[in-house]
Design a protein around this ligand. Structure first.
Ligand code: ZN
Length: 179
């Protein structure tokens, strides 16, 4: 079984409409949280910036949450804008749903494949793992990873999941010998 890994190379952009310039792309940049304490309640936001006009907006991460409900390490991460916490917050589907944006993964990920796969005996089994939740179309990913045309993918690949539907869950496929 050959291991393929999909991983991000940077944080994805956000498809989020700017209220000022109507651009539909925003970035977290380096990644910064804003924390506001109100008595024993905390608001936490993730700051994002319009890529066209630089307008900053706030995405709600926590709203009026009791201070004691936070893990101290997590709280510290919000105060210091810990890069890992920025990433896990941005990639949490709940944040996207709550703040009505989608992630734009264009150019923000790569596929790592072992190079020596041709030494294997046919048919070859490949397992695709996702280190980050990048939605990929299996058909396109396989074509890219093997240098196959779309027709070759359809002819030589056996796979239990639909090849055209984007997924970010681990899957395996089998490459059959060529003619
Ligand atoms: Zn803007």
């Amino acid at each position: 079984m050959l291991p393929w890994v999909v991983r991000r190379t940077r944080l994805p952009l956000l498809s989020l409409r700017c209220v000022d310039c109507r651009s539909e792309s925003a970035t977290t940049g380096e990644g910064r949280f804003r924390v506001n304490a109100n008595g024993k309640l905390l608001d936490v936001w993730l700051l994002v910036r319009c890529v066209s006009c630089d307008r900053t907006s706030k995405l709600t991460v926590h709203e009026r949450a009791p201070v004691r409900s936070f893990d101290p390490a997590e709280l510290d991460g919000y105060h210091t804008s810990d890069p890992e916490l920025v990433a896990s917050t941005l990639l949490d589907p709940l944040l996207a749903r709550r703040n009505r944006f989608t992630l734009d993964w264009e150019g923000a990920w790569r596929l790592d494949t072992p190079s020596a796969w041709l030494d294997e005996a046919w048919p070859v089994q490949v397992e695709v793992a996702f280190e980050d939740p990048v939605p990929v179309r299996p058909e396109r990913l396989i074509a890219q990873g093997l240098g196959f045309s779309r027709n070759e993918v359809l002819r030589r690949i056996k796979c239990d999941i639909p090849l055209r539907r984007p997924t970010s869950a681990r899957f395996t496929f089998t490459v059959m010998a060529g003619d």
